[in-house]
Design a protein around this ligand. Structure first.
Ligand code: WTA
Length: 706
């Protein structure tokens, strides 16, 4: 593990410690947990007697019927709050209206365009001063969600169905998700940056028959053609014999001359009917009760990349997810209702961060959540810079800002003067998520955004964990730049070796969780084997023989018990904070007619954290067509465009290298470690290459490098 050893030596030099400040200094009445001692006592009790701890925590939810058993654990299967019945939408919306908070703001939304909203905003010279802003109260949200829910019912959606959602960051996205869970259907949200093929494979896997989308979404002044992608996917799906019954379309951009298919006024593709949201939602009435759900009924599916080509549908269930997410949102961010807090998580709802900390965690805690539709650099300044995020913070008096290290590194590059122009004295807590944050970025965030007073919570967690696993709790935990510090209450985390033995201080090892927690994944949809082998198949607790949950991250714990996550130890890469399976990109590349073989690796990138390098061998057909020629830049561009089209822009390789062969072991496995070194431009071959089938291949690649 040469890369993590390097990381360790860098991090070991990181000795800075930032102690919690008094609550009043940050304008809080109090901290939920206000000392390290209190945290330690609470954490110790929560792990020693999880039943009592979670029984208390679950009381913060409203139940239709109480649960009789807190947890049943037959590794790897956990059931939480057995016998209980509740509803996620009820806990996020209805109960607040019933308690007299109907007029409070639930969602604040800001659209991207600052130009007249017709035509193409980027090409308009006459910018309006103010963007479009919407504020939805809990009462309005309840009405909108109920309308959408009864429409979904009218379209045949039933309890237990999976509804696919592929939308921009607009309020209707939140409404659609809540509408699903209101009637007991699970949502499967697909990030709007994915290509049609991604919708197709996820819809097939989830047996989904209904898709909710929008005509388009705004992104850096461009329009993302969401409906067009859905149309393409619907056709692909039909070719697989999978018929989507209905597509519900929000008119957001209004840019579309109706695509060819709809020119004649038809509203269907084959057997798939398309409906405009504004013509359909509301037509089936305003009322729709919340379905009573068993604690363990599926709440949602969220697909995440794995080390094989096919993404995994991570299953989360109702009560456990809600209990954990309301708690972590409250403690990690010191949330209080009725105290002027405005929370902004800049993640797209299409990722788990958006599910838990744009939507569910915030609504449950009755703290207004801000959604922003677009890019941080729109309007775009010279050099591609932008200060939209700082403008938004100042405009809405945001108290909590939660973003990704990759974004912070971009802001650093854009310069200190951009945030300095805006009054961000409203900020109280800053958060980061998605990848390890390098200490320099942490310090920049602390100084230029946090005024050197706001605590920074570096939250380590995963799609599979549902909510924060390790994070500082502001007010209680001293922070160290680059460390996600200590485990959340109720989380029994450890660093172990391959034998499952816990390692001592500062020894690099594998990150595991020993006990179940309420929001742990319940499975990989339709794939029991993958669930077990991915998460519970590798490591066992030597003391009990019980399987350990393995996060697939390498990490170490320092002498203070602080965790330092070093990154993935499997074949997935974090690119700009988004997980990507190397196999996904490889499959896309080899689907190109000229590509024979492809190997994809990550290499360190200043802003993205990791970037993608693809090593590609070409088929004879290419050489036959281009006698005597070397693969050109043009072909390189074509392959990059091909990956964008097949997977999405976030999977686009930064480097494409042509090679005559790939270095393989004698058993035929591609030697990725070697390729990673080549991609990163490492000078000398430091790895053990004795098992190389064809060393000349590596030598050739290195030469090309020079
Ligand atoms: C990485 C995102 C270091 C880690 C919530 C994990 C982090 C993967 C951090 C999950 C952090 C997330 N420090 N690494 N604070 N947060 N990671 O499923 O590798 O998109 O396994 O969930 O992101 O990514 P996912």
């Amino acid at each position: 593990m040469s890369t993590s050893d390097q990381a360790t030596s860098v991090l070991l030099q990181e000795k800075r410690v930032f102690n919690p400040k008094p609550a009043k200094q940050l304008g809080f009445d109090r901290w939920h947990i206000d000392s390290l001692e209190q945290y330690k006592a609470l954490h110790e009790a929560s792990v020693r007697d999880p039943e009592s701890f979670w029984r208390e925590e679950a009381k913060r939810l409203d139940w239709f019927e109480p649960f009789h058993t807190v947890c049943q654990w037959e590794a790897p299967d956990a059931k939480w709050f057995l016998g209980g019945r509740t509803n996620a939408c009820y806990n996020c919306v209805d109960r607040h209206v019933q308690a007299g908070h109907g007029e409070q703001v639930a969602i604040i939304w800001e659209g991207e365009p600052v130009a007249p909203r017709t035509g193409h905003p980027a090409s308009s010279s006459a910018y309006a001063k103010e963007p479009e802003i919407r504020r939805l109260t809990y009462r309005e949200l309840q009405l909108e969600v109920s309308r959408c829910a009864s429409t979904l019912k009218a379209l045949g959606v039933k309890k237990g169905d999976v509804v696919t959602i592929y939308m921009p960051m607009i309020p209707e996205l939140a409404i659609a998700m809540l509408a699903c869970v209101r009637i007991g259907a699970a949502h499967s949200v697909i990030f709007g940056g994915f290509a049609p093929h991604a919708i197709t494979e996820r819809a097939i896997d989830a047996h989904s028959k209904v898709i909710i989308t929008a005509d388009g979404g705004y992104r850096r002044g461009d329009i993302v053609p969401l409906q067009k992608n859905v149309e393409e996917s619907v056709t692909q799906l039909a070719n697989h014999g999978h018929i989507i019954n209905h597509v519900l379309v929000v008119k957001r951009t209004g840019h579309q001359p109706p695509s060819e298919r709809f020119k004649t006024g038809a509203s269907h593709i084959g057997a798939t009917k398309f409906h405009w949201w504004h013509e359909t939602v509301g037509a089936s009435g305003d009322a729709c009760p919340c379905e009573s759900m068993d604690s363990e009924d599926m709440l949602f599916l969220l697909y995440t990349s794995g080390s094989t080509g096919k993404p995994k549908g991570i299953v989360h269930t109702t009560a456990g997810y809600l209990a954990f997410v309301q708690m972590t949102a409250r403690l990690t961010f010191n949330l209080f209702p009725d105290s002027g807090q405005v929370f902004w998580c800049s993640a797209d709802i299409g990722w788990i961060t958006g599910h838990s900390y744009v939507l569910y965690g915030l609504l449950m805690n009755r703290v207004p959540t801000l959604m922003y539709e677009g890019a941080p650099n729109f309007p775009t300044m010279e050099g591609g810079k932008g200060d939209r995020f700082w403008e938004i913070i100042a405009r809405h008096r945001v108290t909590h800002f939660y973003t990704a290290p990759t974004a912070i590194r971009t802001f650093m590059k854009w310069g200190d003067e951009l945030p300095a122009k805006h009054d961000m004295s409203c900020l109280k807590v800053l958060g980061t998520v998605g990848e390890p944050i390098n200490p320099e970025a942490w310090m920049w965030y602390h100084k230029h955004i946090g005024r050197e007073v706001c605590p920074i919570v570096d939250t380590y967690w995963q799609t599979e964990t549902g909510g924060h696993i390790c994070t500082p709790i502001p007010g209680a935990i001293p922070t160290k730049p680059g460390s996600c510090t200590v485990p959340m209450l109720g989380i029994d985390a450890a660093i172990v070796n391959e034998q499952g033995e816990e390692l001592g201080a500062n020894k690099g090892g594998l990150f595991v969780i020993r006990k179940p927690w309420p929001s742990m994944l319940r499975g990989v949809f339709g794939n029991r084997e993958r669930f077990i082998s991915n998460y519970f198949g590798r490591l066992k607790d030597p003391a009990t023989g019980q399987p350990l949950y393995f996060s697939a991250d390498g990490a170490r714990r320092d002498e203070d018990g602080y965790f330092w996550v070093q990154g993935r130890v499997d074949d997935v890469i974090k690119v700009s904070g988004h997980l990507l399976g190397t196999m996904e990109v490889e499959s896309a590349l080899v689907s190109h007619p000229f590509v024979a073989e492809a190997a994809v690796v990550g290499y360190p990138h200043e802003v993205k954290g990791n970037a993608i390098c693809a090593f590609v061998t070409l088929r004879g057909t290419w050489y036959a067509k281009n006698p005597g020629k070397q693969p050109s830049d043009e072909l390189r561009k074509e392959l990059i465009a091909h990956v964008r089209k097949e997977v999405g822009a976030l999977a686009q390789p930064d480097q494409v290298r042509f090679t005559e062969g790939l270095p393989k072991t004698r058993s035929g496995k591609i030697m990725r470690r070697l390729l990673r070194d080549v991609a990163a431009g490492v000078e000398k071959i430091t790895q053990d290459t004795t098992t190389l089938e064809d060393f000349s291949v590596v030598a050739k690649l290195r030469q090309d490098d020079e």
